[in-house]
Ligand binder design. Structure first.
Ligand code: SAM
Ligand code: SF4
Length: 332
């Protein structure tokens, strides 16, 4: 096992979130404007071969966990080919996927076969009409099928729901009930301003505190669970439920102190914090003929200049201030 690389705040870098595309088949209210975003020309996206080389180098530097995200990962052609190759990389022990589920169902058996560690299914409501309103697409049935298929194949699954004032707060309890009926964790996420337009509200209403109040109101016996070391969620157990319920304070940024993750966008930009505007152009390095050692040195340099937290990262942005790009280009 390679030695771990620590950032300038003593945090190990072990987890890569890789966006394989910026394209999407939904238009979630919190992620994109109704008309969508301007997609990158295809030649600006990293190729699978480039991604595989980059991940191999990162694995040699101690990265052992990868999350495939996007845009919608299953929109990218031959994603399963890429996952097969990725699962062969020495040192990558933990591959996870975040998906909206619309095109995922048919691939679930192979995901199981490949040993994909877990799937995060983004689902903000179990009500077909509200789903249509939030995602601006009529695809709920396909996402429900995907959920059922994941359960049938016993793939560890987490439901991610962004909580939005006036859109789906009535879904907090029905979604939590899924963790009673199925062995699934349900996580409620504070809405961030990454929607391609800027903040939807002068002040965020549905903060992690307010979400917890709502849960306590409905489940007075809810108990705090022990959180895994690098968890971004505060996890809770409800007596009688098979799965946990979690709250991710993504806007309040309470978890930065133990952050072990880096992100690479679909065009190959390294972000060492969700809130920074990109700190290294990996695509340029990969395409300029840089050696393995040169690329690793550039990565190491970026890891040793990480902001302490999301607030510091946001302050140091040069162009987009405050953060407002679409999450589909960042990967969540
Ligand atoms: N398309 C896939 C999906 O929706 O699961 C993967 C990409 S999506 C950008 C990754 C995650 O980011 C999703 O779980 C989504 O809910 C979350 N997300 C997107 N925009 C967000 C926002 N403005 N605030 C909080 N979470 C957001
Ligand atoms: Fe697409 Fe995921 Fe963004 Fe929704 S959250 S628009 S599914 S990338």
């Amino acid at each position: 096992m390679p030695d771990l690389i620590y950032d300038n705040h003593g945090r190990p870098i072990t987890y890569l979130r890789l966006a394989v595309t910026d394209r999407c088949n939904l238009r979630c209210f919190y992620c994109m404007p109704a008309e969508g975003i301007r997609y990158l020309p295809k030649k600006e996206l990293l190729t699978y071969e480039e991604m595989l080389r980059m991940v191999s180098l990162m694995a040699e530097m101690g990265v052992s966990k990868v999350r495939i995200t996007g845009g919608e990962p299953f929109i990218r052609r031959e994603l399963m080919y890429f996952l097969r190759q990725l699962s062969q990389i020495k040192g990558i022990r933990d591959i996870n996927i975040t998906t909206n589920g619309v095109l995922t169902t048919e691939h679930v058996p192979e995901l199981k076969q490949l040993g994909i560690r877990s799937v995060n299914l983004s689902l903000d409501t179990f009500d077909a009409e509200r789903f249509k309103e939030i995602t601006r697409r009529d695809e709920f049935d396909k996402v429900r099928d995907c959920f059922e298929q994941l359960m049938a194949h016993k793939i560890p699954t987490k439901i991610n729901a962004v909580v939005m004032e006036g859109k789906n707060t009535e879904d907090i309890v029905p979604l939590s009930e899924l963790s009673r009926d199925y062995p699934v964790d349900v996580r409620f996420i504070e809405e961030m301003p990454f929607n391609g337009e800027g903040s939807h509200y002068p002040v965020l209403v549905w903060t992690h505190r307010k979400i917890l109040e709502k849960l306590k109101e409905c489940y007075p016996d809810i108990q705090k669970a022990k959180d895994p070391v690098h968890s971004t969620a505060y996890n809770y157990l409800i007596p009688g439920h098979q799965g946990a319920v979690g709250i991710i304070a993504a806007f309040s940024r309470t978890f930065c102190g133990s952050c072990n993750r880096i992100r690479v966008t679909a065009q190959g930009t390294l972000k060492t914090c969700l809130y920074d505007e990109g700190v290294l152009d990996i695509r340029q390095l990969l395409r300029s003929g840089a050696s393995h050692e040169e690329i690793k040195a550039a990565l190491k340099n970026a890891f040793s200049h990480r902001p302490k937290d999301g607030f510091e990262a946001e302050k140091s942005r040069q162009s987009l201030h405050p953060a407002s790009e679409s999450m589909s280009t960042i990967g969540g």
